[in-house]
Write a protein that binds this ligand. Structure first.
Ligand code: ZN
Length: 341
C-alpha cells in the first residue's frame, strides 16, 4: 500500500473523528433562539441556476429515495468516454499541526494557480444544471467546458475568509461555501455577509454538523426527526437571510444521510445534496449524494493533477441508511415546518 492509497484509506475515518471533535467542542453557549435572522430579500439580484425549481412534493422526493436504493444495489456501469467531474472539497487553509483536513497556504496557492491555468472551474449551479439536464430533469440544454472542476469549502473556518477567499478572488475562481452555522471557530456574520455580497455561492451544511444517517445515542426517533427539520430547514432559512439568495444545495455533514434526510431536504427545496467520500460526478450521479473528493495536506502535486484530470481511482464508499420503511410515516415526518419556510 503506497502512501497515497494509505492516505485515502485513512481519509474518511479521520474526517469523522475531526468533525466529531469539532461537534463536541462547539455549542455549550449557543442557543437556538439566535436563529431568527432578518431576511435580506431583494438585496441580491444575482441569478443562481436552479432557483426556480423549488421544493419537491413528497411523491417527487420519494422517487429520489427509490432511485438511491436502486443505485445502491446496482450502480450504473461506467460509460465509455464518460465525463468525470472532480468536486474538490476543502476545509481549512493554514498550517495547523495534527489536523488532517487542512491544506497549507502554499499548497492551496499552488493548486489554485494550477487550476486557473490548466482547468475550467465551474460553479456548483452549472454542475447541478448539467446533471439535471443529462438525466432528463430539465429541458435547459447545458454544455460544459472541456476541463470542468468544482471547488467547495465545507464548515465555517475563519481561514476560509482570511486565507482562501483572497486567493480565490485573485484567480477569479468560482466556488461554493457550505456553511454550518454553529462552528467552534466561525467566521463572523459580518464577514460571511461580505463573502456572500461578493457573489460567492453560499449553501447549507446544517446547524451543528450532526450525523444524519440515524438518531444519536439515546435520541428518540421523534426527536431525531424534529432535529433534522431544524438542521436542514433552519440552516436554509438562516443562510438565505445572510445571502439574500436561494439556498438549494446541501452538503451532508460527515457525508452521512438517510432516506429520511433525502426526502426531507428535497421537500425543503434542496435540489442537490453532496456526499464526502470520493468519486467523480458523472451524468449518472445521484443528486441526493453527488460525489466529492476531500483535499488533504497529504496530496502531492502529481496526485492533485491526476484527480483534476479525471485519472485518479476514486470510489464512493458510504452507503446511506434506510430508517423509514413506511411511506406514510415518511410523508408525515418530512412535512416542511412553516417556521423554516
Ligand atoms: Zn463538515
Amino acid at each position: 500500500m503506497n502512501r497515497l492509497t494509505l492516505g485515502a484509506a485513512l481519509a474518511l475515518p479521520l474526517l469523522l473523528v475531526v468533525c466529531l471533535l469539532v461537534a463536541i467542542r462547539r455549542d455549550s453557549a449557543e442557543t437556538r433562539s439566535q436563529d431568527q435572522v432578518q431576511s435580506q430579500q431583494g438585496a441580491q439580484k444575482e441569478t443562481f441556476a436552479a432557483r426556480a425549481i423549488g421544493p419537491l412534493t413528497f411523491e417527487q422526493a420519494w422517487v429520489r429515495v427509490v432511485q438511491e436504493k436502486a443505485r445502491q444495489s446496482a450502480p450504473p456501469p461506467p460509460q465509455k468516454d464518460e465525463i468525470r467531474i472532480p468536486v474538490l472539497c476543502y476545509h481549512r487553509i493554514d498550517n495547523v499541526r495534527g489536523d488532517f483536513y487542512h491544506t497549507t497556504r502554499e499548497m492551496f496557492e499552488w493548486q489554485m494557480k494550477w487550476l486557473a491555468e490548466n482547468a475550467d472551474v465551474i460553479s456548483s449551479a452549472l454542475l447541478v444544471d448539467w446533471v439535471r439536464y443529462r438525466q432528463g430533469l430539465s429541458d435547459k440544454a447545458v454544455t460544459l467546458p472541456s476541463r470542468p472542476v468544482v471547488i467547495h469549502f465545507d464548515d465555517n473556518y475563519r481561514s476560509v475568509h482570511e486565507v482562501a477567499w483572497p486567493i480565490l478572488k485573485r484567480y477569479k475562481l468560482p466556488w461554493t461555501f457550505f456553511v454550518y452555522r454553529h462552528h467552534h471557530q466561525p467566521i463572523s456574520e459580518q464577514n460571511l455577509r461580505a463573502i456572500a455580497a461578493s457573489g460567492v455561492d453560499i449553501q447549507a451544511h446544517s446547524m451543528t454538523h450532526p450525523w444524519f444517517h440515524k438518531p444519536a445515542r439515546g435520541q428518540s426517533m421523534q426527536d431525531y426527526i424534529r432535529e433534522m427539520h431544524w438542521q436542514v430547514g433552519g440552516c436554509k432559512k438562516y443562510l438565505e437571510g445572510i445571502s439574500g439568495r436561494p439556498v438549494n444545495q446541501f452538503a451532508w455533514p460527515f457525508g452521512t444521510y438517510s432516506d429520511l434526510s433525502i426526502v426531507l431536504a428535497a421537500r425543503y427545496g434542496f435540489v442537490a445534496m453532496y456526499a464526502a467520500d470520493g468519486g467523480y460526478v458523472t451524468a449518472g450521479s445521484s443528486l441526493s449524494s453527488l460525489e466529492r473528493v476531500l483535499v488533504t495536506k497529504g496530496w502531492t502535486q502529481e496526485y492533485f493533477k491526476n484527480v483534476v484530470s479525471g485519472k485518479a481511482r476514486l470510489e464512493k464508499v458510504f452507503k446511506p441508511a434506510w430508517i423509514l420503511p413506511d411511506r406514510e410515516q415518511a410523508r408525515k415526518a418530512t412535512e416542511p415546518r412553516k417556521d423554516y419556510l
